[in-house]
Design a protein around this ligand. Structure first.
Ligand code: B16
Ligand code: MG
Length: 219
């Protein structure tokens, strides 16, 4: 049965995706790379360097920049992104998420974070949610990004649980694939057509409650 709940951050707890998009779009424009919705969706959940690689590939610029230049471009995007997330406040937490965290705490579930974002601790601080998370995976210690299951296996391990004891909330298709490969239960947040590989999907975060989840599985 489920004893722990693992959260993705961007797109599950708050809409940082809009700021990632804004910052990547600005960089893409500067590099002359055309922007479209498939590129935007493909970036979800990818690490910073993997995101840059996808944008350069989209503009057929993969071999155009050295590794040092790529690191510089990624740093430039991150500086812009950091300036944008300064405006986050607890009002930006998606509906029902804090109530769900409270419910999990009250009922003794362990809670950890599996975000690919190196900025996750900063974001949690702005949202005043830091104290809910017993443990946070440090993405700098990972070998593979999503869709690899590594981050989700680590998120279970750091709260001393087996994968089959964990339920994971995730908005990206790359993330859902990783959760399923890890042998954990996947809860997709978003469009059921896009997240069809998930064990269950909630299109509205306000509906994510223990009762509604139990309705769809035996916790
Ligand atoms: P950073 P998640 C991911 O966070 C985002 O979805 C993705 O768009 C971003 O590129 C990645 O974090 C890395 O973020 O540049 O802040 O380290 O969805 O895994 O919480
Ligand atoms: Mg996400």
């Amino acid at each position: 049965h489920i004893a722990g709940v693992i959260f993705d951050l961007d797109g599950v707890i708050t809409d940082t995706a809009q700021f990632h998009t804004q910052a990547w779009q600005a960089l893409a424009a500067k590099l002359g790379v055309a922007w479209d919705v498939s590129l935007q969706n493909g970036l979800k959940g990818l690490s910073r360097m993997d995101s840059l690689a996808l944008i350069l590939q989209h503009g057929q610029l993969t071999d155009h920049y050295s590794l040092a230049e790529k690191k510089q471009l990624a740093a430039e995007k991150n500086t812009h992104y950091l300036s944008l997330i300064q405006q986050l406040t607890p009002d930006d937490i998606f509906p029902g998420i804090r109530a769900f965290l409270d419910e999990l705490k009250t009922n003794g579930y362990k809670i950890s974070l599996a975000s690919a974002s190196k900025n996750a601790p900063t974001i949690l601080r702005h949202l005043q949610l830091t104290d809910y998370f017993e443990k946070i995976v440090d993405p700098a210690t990972l070998t593979h990004g999503k869709p690899d299951p590594e981050i989700f296996l680590r998120a279970a391990e750091i709260i001393n649980l087996q994968p089959d004891q964990c339920l994971v909330l995730e908005d990206a298709t790359a993330g859902i694939a990783g959760i399923n490969a890890a042998g954990e239960t996947s809860l997709g947040v978003g469009d059921p057509n896009v997240l069809s590989a998930a064990d269950m999907v909630f299109s509205n975060t306000a509906d994510i409650t223990l009762a509604n989840i139990q309705h769809r599985m035996t916790m």
